[in-house]
Design a protein around this ligand. Structure first.
Ligand SMILES: NC(=O)c1ccc[n+]([C@@H]2O[C@H](COP(=O)([O-])OP(=O)(O)OC[C@H]3O[C@@H](n4cnc5c(N)ncnc54)[C@H](O)[C@@H]3O)[C@@H](O)[C@H]2O)c1
Length: 254
């Protein structure tokens, strides 16, 4: 990844999947821009990034188009182009992840789909001119099997992940002629800040320990290694893919 520059969206703390990907990309030689959502997370992200080589740290709420514009203006000024984007932002109001699904509110639905799915379109569109300047690029987002199967309390986030995975395919088809690849990693459950919002999450973790072919859950570093493959030239023929990094759980019928 030496000579490559990337944007990482979705670092909240050291447990964030996006942070593991940032470390892997940085260790492989990439120079990074990291964003934080709101003042609350700025210090966390700045502290973590102090170990990286010459990082660019910027605020970005992905539901705010003006902030997205500013991020890419700054990246353009500092990096002069962009090789990859990691999209690791997702959100649904807490009550939507514990109430019965039938009670999903219009507002909760709108928010979950906006932050967790539409934002991939907005970020990719803004990255496009910078990637074209580099002769192409790679975009990776993070999804979960709850897009396709029902997990207790995953609720509207499952619907948002279904939209996200479909968005990956449409973006990949749209941008493939410009040599921009778009993929998702479907990670097994990991105890992160986002996961803590899903009631009964520890039951999902135990299910993977009991039933996944590898009889275990996955670690953020393992998701990061798979992301590095998709972000780097090693994955140059892979696009429109949802890569399962879940200890094989997705294959099981029982
Ligand atoms: N943890 C898991 O079990 C798991 C499994 C599969 C997929 N994922 C996905 O991985 C991604 C990263 O989540 P994580 O588990 O590392 O948790 P996390 O809480 O560390 O990361 C979620 C990030 O989303 C950001 N975010 C939320 N709303 C935002 C907004 N409006 N603007 C900008 N950023 C916003 C948060 O600041 C945070 O950094 C998410 O898309 C999540 O759905 C997680």
């Amino acid at each position: 990844m030496t000579g490559k520059t990337g944007l990482i969206v979705g670092v909240a703390n050291k447990r964030s999947i996006a942070w593991a990907i940032a470390q892997a990309a940085s260790n492989a030689g990439a120079r990074l821009a990291l964003t934080y959502q709101g003042d609350r997370l700025e210090e966390n992200v700045r502290d973590l990034a102090s170990n990286l080589t010459d990082p660019l740290i910027l605020p970005c709420d992905v539901s705010d188009d003006a902030q997205i514009v500013r991020v890419f203006e700054e990246i353009d000024r500092t990096f002069g182009g962009l090789d990859f984007v990691v999209h690791g932002a997702a959100f649904a109001p807490r009550e939507e992840l514990s109430n019965p699904f039938v009670q999903t509110t219009r507002d909760g639905f709108r928010m979950a789909l906006d932050v967790s799915a539409y934002s991939l379109i907005a970020l990719t569109r803004a990255a496009l001119p910078l990637m074209e300047r580099r002769g192409g690029g790679s975009v990776v987002t993070l999804t979960y099997l709850g897009s396709d199967r029902v997990f207790p309390n995953y609720n509207v986030m499952g619907v948002a992940k279904a939209a996200l995975e479909s968005t990956v395919r449409y973006l990949a088809a749209d941008l493939g002629p410009k040599n921009v690849r778009v993929n998702a990693i479907s990670a097994g459950p990991i105890k992160t800040l986002a996961a803590a919002g899903i009631s009964g999450f520890s039951g999902i973790l135990q299910l993977y320990r009991d039933r996944a072919p590898l009889r275990r859950t996955v670690e953020t570093s393992e998701v990061a290694d798979a992301a590095l493959f998709l972000l780097s030239d090693a994955g140059r023929a892979v696009t429109a893919e949802v890569l399962m990094v879940d200890a094989g759980y997705h294959a099981m019928g029982m």
